[in-house]
Design a protein around this ligand. Structure first.
Ligand code: DGP
Length: 135
């Protein structure tokens, strides 16, 4: 894709600090990390996000993410790891080439999870129905 920055990283037209590469995936350091070692894993084939990615690219992306996560945790002496994928602007996606964040976490590093609000009575059943109707 012509103006996709992650495609340019794949083709070495833009620099990056590569952590891992294979035939189908590439992993490199996020240039604005939550903690050192925060890594982005991408499929080399361009897709916008989860809604567009081919199943085979998704499988490769997940396997590279799984394989790297424990190495990054150990390498950075982290206490935990978050795996995150942002899909579309309201979910925080800024770069529109599928990518998974591997974020090493340190005890009390200050990053907060999203706030939750308990369901009202009868609401969970309606929500389940809306999803199951599409399966
Ligand atoms: P997201 O919000 O999920 O689309 O995250 C995009 C991430 O990509 C963000 O954490 C910053 C990172 N990023 C953006 N441009 C570049 C770049 O040119 N190089 C590197 N290494 N990271 C980038």
């Amino acid at each position: 894709m012509g103006d996709c920055i992650f495609c340019k990283i794949v083709s070495n037209k833009l620099p990056s600090h590569k952590v891992y590469e294979d035939e189908n995936t590439l992993a490199f350091l996020d240039h604005n990390p939550v903690n050192p070692g925060h890594t982005l894993v991408i499929p080399k084939n361009h897709s916008r996000n989860l809604y567009e990615i081919e199943a085979s690219d998704w499988q490769a992306l997940m396997e590279t993410t799984r394989m790297l996560s424990s190495r990054i945790k150990d390498g950075m002496s982290a206490d935990g790891i978050n795996i995150e994928m942002n899909n579309e602007r309201p979910a925080g996606q800024v770069v529109f080439h599928s990518h998974v964040h591997i974020v090493p976490r340190i005890d009390d590093d200050g990053l907060r999870h999203w706030p939750g609000t308990p369901y009202k009575d009868g609401e969970p059943e309606k929500v389940v129905e809306k999803i199951k109707n599409l399966l």
